[in-house]
Ligand binder design. Structure first.
Ligand SMILES: Nc1nc2c(ncn2[C@@H]2O[C@H](COP(=O)(O)OP(=O)(O)OP(=O)(O)O)[C@@H](O)[C@H]2O)c(=O)[nH]1
Length: 176
C-alpha cells in the first residue's frame, strides 16, 4: 500500500498536512502518537489535537513500540498516521534503546503494511552545530532516519510556513 513522509520544522503545518492527506482516505483512520505529556502545556496541546480529529479516528499512543503499533493499527483502520518519528527517535535515545534495530523493525512493519500510512517527521539540523554530544547524535540519527524512510515511501513532502513542497512522487500517496 502507498506511503507518505511529511517533513518540516516546528509549527510548520506538517501535522495538519499529513492529517488532511490521511482524511482523504475513506473509512476508519488510526492516529499513532509518539508524544507523551510531561507537563500541563503538552496536555493542552494533545487535547487540542484530539479535538481536531473526528469520530473516524482512533488514537494509539506508542512512545517506543512503533512497529507493533503500526501492525496493530493497520488491522483496525483503513489508513494510519504516525506523528511523529522524530519524537519517537528522541524517546528511543533517552530510553537507551537500540535505534538501528528499532528502525529496521519499523521499516519491516512499513513493508508489510496493508493500508496507506503517512509519517510526520521533523527536519532538524538546519541551525548551528549543537554544543553537546547527545544533541549532535540526535541530529545525525534524525537525518539518517528521514533518509531511510524517504527511500522507502512513495511520496515525500516538505512543509514550510504551511506550504507543501513536493520532494518525491507528488500525488502518488493514496491516489485512486
Ligand atoms: N500522546 C498523544 N500525543 C498526541 C496526540 N495527538 C497529537 N499528539 C502529538 O502532538 C504532536 C504534534 O503537535 P504540535 O507540537 O502542536 O505540532 P508541531 O509538530 O510543533 O507543529 P506542526 O509542524 O504544525 O505539526 C505530535 O508529536 C503528536 O504525537 C494524542 O492523542 N496523544
Amino acid at each position: 500500500m502507498t506511503s507518505l513522509l511529511v517533513l518540516g520544522g516546528a509549527r510548520s503545518g506538517k501535522s495538519r498536512h499529513a492529517q488532511a492527506r490521511i482524511e482523504a482516505v475513506p473509512g476508519r483512520l488510526a492516529f499513532i502518537a509518539t508524544a507523551q505529556a510531561f507537563d500541563a502545556e503538552m496536555e493542552e496541546r494533545i487535547a487540542r489535537h484530539q479535538a481536531d480529529r473526528d469520530a473516524r479516528w482512533t488514537t494509539i499512543e506508542a512512545p517506543l513500540d512503533l512497529a507493533e503499533a503500526l501492525a496493530r493499527a493497520a488491522q483496525e483502520a483503513d489508513a494510519v498516521l504516525v506523528d511523529c518519528l522524530t519524537l519517537w527517535l528522541s524517546n528511543l535515545i533517552l530510553g537507551d534503546e537500540d535505534v538501528a534495530a528499532r528502525s529496521e523493525e519499523l521499516l519491516a512493519a512499513l513493508a508489510r503494511c496493508p493500508v496507506p500510512v503517512a509519517f510526520v517527521a521533523n527536519e532538524v539540523g538546519m541551525g548551528i552545530v549543537p554544543g553537546n554530544a547527545l544533541s549532535r547524535r540526535f541530529r545525525d540519527e534524525a537525518g539518517r532516519l528521514n533518509q531511510r524512510l524517504a527511500q522507502e515511501v512513495d511520496e515525500v513532502v516538505f512543509v514550510a510556513a504551511g506550504l507543501p513542497l513536493a520532494l518525491k512522487g507528488a500525488g502518488k500517496f493514496a491516489a485512486g
